[in-house]
Design a protein around this ligand. Structure first.
Ligand SMILES: [Zn+2]
Ligand SMILES: [Zn+2]
Length: 316
């Protein structure tokens, strides 16, 4: 594959895809869900996952997939075309330990390659479908996706990579994504970790527009929820790899009340500390902010939580 790729990362899945492929749809949670990646013209990849503890999870899901494939799929908005010539092929000579995969190629109004992967370590069953314009099937591209495919991190206590919409970061594998929002100028991801830990990652852009109206410090102070008091003197400032980084590590007044109102009671009961970091990344023309709430400050500051805003890790 000659086109540049990046390692897509979402809910513990990681695999390489061509750079223009970005999600157009994301739903579900770690146990079951669906993601769709498009390029500028069309849908290129669909990822569907669920849990299964069966020994023959791969074969069962593969048979189910074939059954669906030969059924006309007019309901999905396209013409009711019956894919023909589904044919099982082998693209990966050796899957990682605990993982098994089966691949089928088919053609209809588009050409497709689909692989069903079952992993006995994390008990996930995943269907990856990749679509190609008629006659342009690239088995090499699919092989690259499959050979780089991981559905769980090596170390369950280690970091896991996330990457989409040019947001690339590392978070502890034990953190669970509980909510997310992606828009053209704003993105937000909310995580929940062990022992009542809460972590938020936020990104704004373009930074030069936002910082025309106010300086970075005033902008930063305005991001805290109403009722939370963070004063200018609490904010430390540093320059890290060309980015101006602001940080607050304290127990700001008002925080408990805010979190109680948001229903995050289990944290509120234990007392609450905040480790907040925000920075301006001129290279990416973005503003970033990471907030970790935990019962103690060391807990809020622990964890391999890194954001790669322009190359190397920043902030968090
Ligand atoms: Zn797995
Ligand atoms: Zn940066």
């Amino acid at each position: 594959m000659t086109e540049p790729t990046y390692q897509f990362g979402w809910r513990r899945f990681q695999f390489e895809v061509p750079e223009p492929w970005e999600p157009s749809h994301l739903e579900g949670d770690d146990a079951g869900g669906y993601a769709r990646l498009d390029d500028a013209l069309r849908t290129r990849l669909e990822l569907k996952w669920s849990r299964s503890y069966a020994d023959d999870a791969c074969d069962v899901a593969f048979r189910r997939y074939l059954k669906q494939l030969v059924r006309p799929y007019g309901k999905r908005g396209g013409a009711a075309v019956m894919p023909h010539e589904p044919k099982e092929i082998s693209l990966v000579s050796r899957w990682p330990d605990g993982m098994r995969g089966r691949t089928v190629r088919w053609s209809a109004e588009v050409d497709g390659l689909a692989t069903i992967i079952a992993c006995s370590r994390c008990n996930r069953v995943t269907a990856i479908q990749v679509f190609f314009p008629p006659g342009e099937m690239q088995t090499g591209l699919m092989r690259r996706i499959l050979e780089t495919f991981r559905d769980h991190p090596e170390d369950p206590d280690g970091p896991v990579g996330w990457s989409l919409y040019r947001m690339r970061f590392q978070a502890p594998a034990r953190w669970r994504l509980v909510a997310h929002r992606f828009g053209p100028g704003y993105a937000e991801m909310n995580f929940r970790g062990p022992d009542g830990l809460l972590a938020d990652l936020r990104r704004w852009g373009p930074a030069e527009i936002i910082l025309k109206k106010q300086n970075l410090l005033d902008w930063y102070l305005a991001q805290f929820p109403k009722g939370v008091t963070v004063e200018k003197k609490d904010v430390t400032q540093a320059e890290v790899r060309g980015d101006v980084v602001l940080a607050v590590a304290s127990e700001p007044r008002g925080l408990l009340a805010i979190l109680r109102r948001r229903g995050r009671v289990e944290v509120a009961k234990q007392g609450l500390c905040l480790q907040s970091v925000a920075w301006h990344c001129p290279a990416g023309n973005r503003l970033w902010m990471t907030d970790v709430y935990a019962p103690t400050l060391p807990a809020a500051q622990a964890g391999d939580w890194k954001v790669f805003c322009h190359g190397e890790a920043q902030g968090a």
